[in-house]
Design a protein around this ligand. Sequence first.
Ligand SMILES: [Mn+2]
Length: 430
Amino acid sequence: MSAGLEDGLIAGENAPHLAALEQDYEHLGRQLARRGVDIERLTERAMRVRVAVPSWGVGTGGTRFARFPGPGEPRDVYEKIDDCAVIHALVRVTPGVSIHIPWDRPERPADLRAFAEARGLFFESTNSNTFEDQPGQAHSYKFGSLSHTDAAVRDQAVAHNLECLRIGAALGARAHTVWIGDGGNFPGQVHARRALDRYLESLGRVYAALPDGWRLLIEHKLYEPAFYSTVLNDWGTSYYCARALGERAFSLVDLGHHAPNVNIPQVVARLIQFGKLGGFHFNDSQYGDDDLDTGSVRPFQLFLIFNELVDAELDGVPGFDPAYMLDQSHNVTDPLESLMTSAVEVVRACVQAHLVDRGALAECQRRNDAVMALQTLKRAFTTDVAAILGMARARAGGAIDPVAAYRASGYRQRAAAARPAGRRAGAGIV
Ligand SMILES: [Mn+2]
């Protein structure tokens, strides 16, 4: 199929919206000026947000019960990159791709890198998979991988991670993310301390092989597939492990991987304070690890997370440079529409967090004025910044209304015709 969007599609779709956007932008600019905020500075900041798209996210996800494939699903990593390029063309903040090995293992990494770069994309990070067995694999991960009781299984899991580093280096990536499903389903199944010792020993071998300039991101998760005890189960364990591994190891926060009611913004603040916040997998959840679209259920939580991130940014916290990635499961939506929508929500939360009057907030905190402190945050959160987001995209060459432009493009229909169903590329969630 002819990849991408037709020339002039975005400009044509933007044209009917431009006059209203200019008016809304001008009006918002006057409102913000009364609050001492320069709208141009915010728009420029919105244009600098970067959030990576996961290679596994452009296919339909699924649940434990079923997967209902959509039309035009990508059949290989090249078609996934084509889809990622469409997302970036419309929202203009997603040039990075986070690639999953082995679901998207390229036969010739250099060719894939050139293919992506020709579409304005780059590979930001690699993700290993030792939470399921691959055909022909010598040892099973049924009872764990990096923390397995059998050294041969651990060696195999380490070797897979080293392969990810080699592929990632050829792709030009700069980070490697490790999530394992290791743990126990029953009390007594796993020795809590020894399993963590084995995990650290194995991951230490991966860490030692990190290419120059790379970071190792470790992703914790409360439960599932292990339903009683997970080896890397919470941010405290993650922080301990990142510190034990070394200065290039960091904790990655997936918004869906916490116990119910955990104060994730505070977790983020702690990891920033301890110098170990490596990045995010953005998504949202109602019950557990639902992997819903980012900002769809708890937009205020997303705002409060960005409140901590922007606070650290403005404070100039040394070494503060988290990687933003999406990690969602698209079961009932077009994955491209969900990923675009989520990328927009990440930018929205960032811009809203920049609207917080930090001097006023500090004064509220000094006076112990809880009501006005919350109102200071709410004033930022309830500001409609859509005109800033639309203007930022339009100035960067993207779509004022990305989903509408995507639907008008007919891309999915062309993909459905060019990619007949039958062969499934790897997809899932991590
Ligand atoms: Mn994740």
